[in-house]
Design a protein around this ligand. Structure first.
Ligand code: ARG
Ligand code: ZN
Length: 481
């Protein structure tokens, strides 16, 4: 719910760039500035993201104190209005000190849990370039939404790694995968602390006054806001070059103890795995590769953060685990480059990344996809809760339910059986090519699969993605039987 701001426009202190605002044009009836919407109407998270503008780039400049979890920052957002705006929203939680729009001080107030409402200091026309500068501070681990923070404070630093909510705790944004942008992130920390993030380092860590060091990272391909991450702490950073010539940067927390060899033996296979996935999914979409083995007291999951997934320590409990590396890097194509247009379509991410693990198993001679399908089918009894979750529409509180992953992979296997291997392995790279750096829907994937295969796939999509209950295996579906 959005409360209407009553704050007036600020008309003092106009700097040179103010000429960009308003252009002195009288607002015609059709271009009457209106508030940008407080959300993008996502069917699961309607107030995530904001309407009325499109972000091209975030410049996130931070200072962090591991000892207190105090974060201060300035984020500069380069955006373009998509309507005449009287005000617009950003998604953000920390305390804001000031907001400027094209140099003009703007008034702002809060609404809902994560909405920062910015009143345009001068009327904003449609298709206008906006430079929005937000200065802020806070303690992210203590900034709770329903008792929850997506920012994980650890013994030696912090992790900003979460899905779908992550940016709220460290930079103001248009927080929905429909608005992709590039970003620069720089963080000043006490010297001796490492900072790892997405993409490449445009310059070496730079010494600053007060025995501090500023780390810089740059993402040069458009990504969703939840792809941006920070890993701050004690890391061993290892660089290399991938078979495709790209820089590889891996980082290993020094807190992992006897799990460290398994983490290294897994993450060091990233370039090999990305090379194999390129053969199946099409050209690797991003500018760098790598992985981050997060600290022992960090996150209980892994995330496909763009160019460089972050792995929780649980994946190394039973030794090396290339499967999670396969999974998170498959997401670089399915999730990161081709992102959901609506969070209800999470199967396009998790079903595909899970099926990539089955393909890897097949490739390694550790069980065919058909064997894994049969095992999974038998593993969940027909009366299991598992079969009640629809992978194609699991519900906002079940986007990461096991059924989205396992039944989601089963659905892809059924699509493969329905279209045949030749068509199936043409559909995957065609999908990533068509929606590269964009968004996709399940209906669009079905239409593409039908066009390439020449088959009507209504039944397999309905049965495996949108119908509760364990499907009966027809003779076609039970090929191995
Ligand atoms: N996309 C991640 C993966 O499949 C899952 C993230 C789950 N998020 C969370 N906060 N537990 O690898
Ligand atoms: Zn996943």
């Amino acid at each position: 719910a959005l409360t209407v701001t009553t704050a007036g426009t600020v008309t003092t202190g106009a700097p040179g760039q103010a000429a960009l605002l308003g252009q002195g044009r009288p607002a015609s009836a059709s271009a009457t500035p209106r508030p940008g919407s407080a959300g993008l109407g996502d069917s699961y998270f309607p107030d995530y993201g904001n309407g009325g503008y499109d972000v091209g780039h975030y410049d996130v400049r931070l200072r962090y104190e591991p000892a207190t979890d105090r974060l201060t920052g300035t984020t500069t957002i380069l955006a373009k209005s998509t309507q005449a705006l009287s005000r617009f929203n950003l998604d953000f939680l920390l305390d804001v000190q000031s907001v400027r729009v094209n140099g003009w001080p703007a008034t702002f107030n809060r609404a809902g849990v994560h909405e920062l409402v910015v009143t345009a200091p001068r009327p904003i026309a449609k298709d206008q370039q906006l430079t929005i500068v937000v200065k802020y501070a806070g303690v992210p681990s203590e900034t709770l939404v329903n008792g929850y923070t997506g920012w994980t404070r650890t013994a030696d630093g912090a992790l900003a790694v979460n899905e779908p909510e992550s940016a709220w705790w460290w930079f103001p944004s248009n927080d929905h995968p429909k608005d992709k942008a590039t970003w620069d992130i720089s963080v000043s920390v006490p010297t001796g602390v490492e900072v790892v993030s997405n993409g490449v380092q445009p310059r070496d860590p730079l010494p600053e006054a007060g025995d501090r060091t500023r780390w810089s990272w740059r993402s040069t391909r458009p990504g969703a806001t939840y792809q941006a991450f920070l890993a701050i702490g004690q890391y061993d950073i290892v660089t290399d070059t991938a078979p495709n010539g790209q820089p590889v940067t891996n980082a290993y927390s020094t807190t992992l103890g006897d799990r460290e060899p398994a983490a290294r033996a897994s993450i060091e296979r990233t370039a090999e795995i990305v090379d194999w996935e390129t053969g199946l999914f099409g050209p690797y979409p991003f500018e760098a590769q790598g992985g981050v083995a997060g600290p022992i007291d960090g996150i209980g999951f892994a995330l496909e953060t763009q160019t460089r997934p972050v792995y929780g320590p649980g994946f190394w409990r039973r030794g090396a685990n290339p499967y999670v590396v396969v999974h998170e890097n498959a997401h670089q194509w399915f999730g990161d480059s081709v992102s959901v247009a609506d969070w209800s379509a999470i199967w396009l991410n998790e079903g595909f990344a899970s099926y990539a693990e089955w393909l890897w198993s097949e490739e390694q001679g550790e069980g065919t996809a058909q064997e894994l399908f049969d095992f999974t089918y038998a593993d969940y009894p027909a009366d299991s809760e598992f079969w009640r979750v629809l992978p194609g529409d699991p519900g906002a509180d079940r986007v990461f339910d096991g059924a989205v992953y396992d039944r989601g992979a089963m659905a892809l296997h059924q699509i493969r059986l329905a279209v045949g291997d030749k068509a199936f392995f043409r559909i995957l790279p065609a999908w990533t090519a068509r929606h590269r750096y964009g968004n996709g829907t399940i209906a669009q994937f079905r239409a593409l699969a039908e066009r390439i295969s020449g088959k009507d796939l209504a039944e397999v999509f309905t049965t495996w993605l949108f119908t509760a209950g364990r499907p009966e295996l027809t003779t076609a579906a039970a090929r191995s039987a």
